[in-house]
Design a protein around this ligand. Structure first.
Ligand code: SF4
Ligand code: SF4
Length: 189
């Protein structure tokens, strides 16, 4: 899973767009597991209360972001510069006029439904990419496959299928082509 890098960002501010306000998949850990922070932005990012770590890829803070509250970035419009500049594939296509706002919002709705699971989808709330990964890890054994028996096994199978469908959906609509991301960082998380 990729993380948000300076290379995948442009110089426009995205935080207030109607599409992003309805989405948040790049804040809640679904699309990325961390966000790069340039050294010159460390002070402003730390001032927001975000825990910045030094890794072999540079400075970054982890997702799901603690500032993503009630389906909104609580730091907006003073959110970190990397966040302000980042644009996923869907947002880029929408801004270039290749997909309407209505169709973009429908894509976001479907993604959130896949993340949250069926009827809960319209209110993602605390469901995050991380919580889905934890659930899948609990339902799957690398050596023996699906865990449990009977109804539990059935539920675990549905969960694993949903997680796979969600990943394919992210790949199709949200992830940037590999050449637009930092290749060294593309598979972290
Ligand atoms: S994933 Fe894309 S559409 Fe969703 S909030 Fe992030 S930039 Fe906006
Ligand atoms: S600071 Fe705001 S825009 Fe950046 S990851 Fe956190 S919630 Fe999202």
């Amino acid at each position: 899973m990729a993380h948000i890098t300076h290379e995948s960002a442009t110089d426009r501010t995205r935080g207030g767009s109607e599409l992003c306000l309805a989405c948040g998949l790049c804040c809640n850990g679904a699309l990325h597991v961390n966000v790069n922070v340039r050294p010159e932005h460390l002070r402003v990012v730390r001032t927001l209360g975000l825990m910045v770590e030094k890794t072999d890829r540079g400075f970054e803070f982890r997702l799901p972001c603690p500032l993503y509250q009630k389906d909104r970035c609580s730091a907006h419009p003073h959110h970190p510069p990397t966040c302000q500049a980042y644009r996923c594939a869907l947002l880029q296509k929408h801004e270039e006029g290749d997909v309407t706002l209505q169709d973009s919002l429908a894509i976001v709705r479907t993604a959130r439904e896949l993340l949250a699971g069926g009827a809960k989808g319209s209110a993602v709330g605390p469901v995050s990419g991380e919580s889905l990964r934890v659930e899948v890890a609990q339902s799957w054994d690398g050596d023996h496959g699906l865990r449990g028996s009977g109804a539990l096994r059935h539920a675990n199978a549905e969960l694993v299928l949903r997680a796979a469908a969600f990943d394919v959906y992210l790949e199709k609509h949200f992830r940037l082509p590999e050449e637009e991301t930092d290749p060294a960082a593309a598979m972290h998380g």
